[in-house]
Design a binder for this molecule. Structure first.
Ligand SMILES: Cc1cc2nc3c(=O)[nH]c(=O)nc-3n(C[C@H](O)[C@H](O)[C@H](O)COP(=O)(O)OP(=O)(O)OC[C@H]3O[C@@H](n4cnc5c(N)ncnc54)[C@H](O)[C@@H]3O)c2cc1C
Length: 321
């Protein structure tokens, strides 16, 4: 396609780029994605991924984006082929803390009785939320984009200037890549490592509210597999799984759920959460091209994905109408 027959170019094929491209293509725009790496080699592939607007700002926009995404994910959960399922479970803390404000948006949200909590925990709350099996979900998003006429080309750019003659609108969904491309010195990686194991029959999730600790503790049932977490290491760039970190993750989870002491490991996953003081969804112009940034979603890119994408698509449609 040349500039004359392409309405929008999206850079990036993680959850942000794919979801944005779908919203644009389903609104009737001719869309192409350029991505250095395909969906299965992105940070998005590594995510857990539970709906939950953790530690992302600005709060007023995050509230809207996450609520819209919750609606969409709840609808997608009615079709198992999407990889989205509604899962019940407990989040708990060893210290007396308040439950998150977003809890009341979730089905069945209530405080736990002390007898429901593991030993050593002071408080906890139970709810049902969308849990996303990212390898399956990214495949679903790719198929949905292609069905709407969108396409993905594997192409790395060294500068956003390379995009200005390609389409009248460019959406920058490059995750950590935006650090060099924009450039944006506020963007830092928060490295996450997860261990995927054979599920010994666990049907409910468990998640510890670990505050700002780099050592997280959660297990998420994805049918035949269970995703164990995790870590949150600011400023760490290593994309390789660390075997000692993986062993510590399994040990932390097995302390809560003894069936995890001798589980078979299927996969190790590592991703760099693209983190900045606030999520950047805003537009500006480079020459005649409208450049829209959508990056810096930190540890909540899945949770915010549909809200951000719908905001971008509706602002483009409003401005062209
Ligand atoms: C371990 C872990 C657990 C997580 N758990 C959750 C969770 O439970 N819930 C939740 O909501 N979120 C979770 N997250 C956060 C979530 O994964 C991220 O916020 C989200 O994946 C960011 O998506 P993205 O599309 O912006 O970036 P990415 O997935 O990183 O995609 C970026 C895309 O841009 C492309 N790109 C980059 N630079 C260039 C370039 N120069 N030229 C061309 N293309 C380029 C890449 O190739 C890629 O295709 C988790 C993250 C991790 C690591």
């Amino acid at each position: 396609m040349t500039r004359t027959d392409l309405d929008a170019l999206v850079i990036g094929a993680g959850v942000s780029g794919l979801t944005t491209a779908i919203c644009l293509a389903e609104a009737g725009l001719r869309v192409r994605i350029w991505a250095a790496e395909p969906p299965e080699r992105t940070t998005s592939y590594a995510a857990g991924a539970m709906w939950g607007p953790y530690l992302v700002e600005p709060l007023d926009r995050v509230r809207v984006w996450s609520a819209q995404t919750l609606d969409v994910l709840q609808q997608l959960a009615t079709d198992p082929a999407t990889g989205v399922r509604l899962v019940s479970g407990i989040e708990a803390s060893r210290k007396p803390v308040e439950p998150p404000k977003w809890g009341n948006q979730l089905d069945g949200f209530r405080m736990c009785e002390p007898s429901e909590l593991p030993d050593g925990f002071a408080t906890g709350w139970r709810y049902t939320a969308p849990l996303v099996d990212m390898p399956v979900y990214l495949g679903y998003l790719r198929g949905r984009l292609e069905a709407a006429g969108g396409e993905i080309a594997i192409r790395r750019i060294d500068s956003l200037d390379e995009t200005v003659d390609v389409a009248p609108v460019v959406v920058n969904c490059t995750g950590m890549g935006a650090g060099d491309l924009v450039p944006d010195p506020d963007l830092i990686p928060i490295r996450g490592q997860l261990v995927v194991v054979e599920n010994p029959g666990i049907t409910e999730f468990f998640s510890e509210d670990t505050g700002l600790s780099p050592d997280l503790l959660h297990f998420y049932p994805q049918g035949e597999t269970l995703v164990l977490g995790g870590t949150a290491q600011p400023g760490e760039w290593n994309p390789e799984p660390d075997p000692d970190v993986a062993a510590a993750i399994v040990a932390r989870c097995a302390e809560i759920e003894p069936r995890l002491h001798a589980v078979r490991v299927i996969e190790h996953r590592v991703g760099l959460r693209p983190t900045r003081p606030y999520v950047r969804v805003e537009e500006h112009r480079i020459d005649g091209t409208k450049m829209i940034h959508s990056y810096g979603h930190g540890g909540a890119g899945v949770t915010l994905s549909w809200g951000c994408a719908l905001e971008i698509a509706s602002s483009l449609i409003r401005s062209s109408g």
